[in-house]
Ligand binder design. Sequence first.
Ligand code: PRP
Ligand code: URA
Length: 207
Amino acid sequence: MQVQVVDHPLAAAALTVMRDERTARPQFRAALHDLAMMLVYEAARGLPTMPVSVTTPLTTTTGVVLAAEPVVAPVLRAGLGMLPAALTVMPDARTAFIGLARDEATFEPRVYLESVPADLAGRPVFMLDPMLATGGSALHALRLLTARGATGIVVVSAVTAPEGLTALEKSGLDVRVVTAAVDESLNDVAYIVPGLGDAGDRLYGAV
Ligand code: PRP
Ligand code: URA
């Protein structure tokens, strides 16, 4: 499994705004949007293209178009905070929605929505979730996407924990992770430390 930590001053600054406990919801959403633009841009670096002929005002030359329609898969709720950025970077992408809520006692994901195209074979798939903690939610989403034929899925996360990365690695799934940070560890209630708290609550308010 490949893990790419995006090392860029603008990404680090946006993540710092998100980490700050004083950052209010509007500024938190804006910082995640900015960070997601950079992460998705990097995640999309390997997209296959095919050559096309393009006629400029001066001559005809060769350009490219994407070889396949990408699919972006936000994990609700918090992944929705990355969706507008992903669709800005890849406007023609299709969106798959996966709704998961982590049980606060067992840390296991509870599924409440699976709205995913039936056949993902041959399509580049980007799973969006700002937080990868135990990895339980990501593994559920990845297995669902894999069962629909997706391969080489890219997990795009603002903050990851070593425990979650190890869980993904051990799963043997063919994934790549693009993130702004690999933090220290999880605490005893499976929150990422130093982390940024509950991403869904900070984006949309506590439920
Ligand atoms: C958060 C986060 C991930 C998950 C990560 O979502 O957005 O989906 O927890 O934890 P894990 O790696 O241990 O599974 P949560 O379940 O809190 O739902 P929310 O986005 O609706 O707040
Ligand atoms: N989910 C979050 O939103 N934050 C964490 O630190 C862990 C899981």
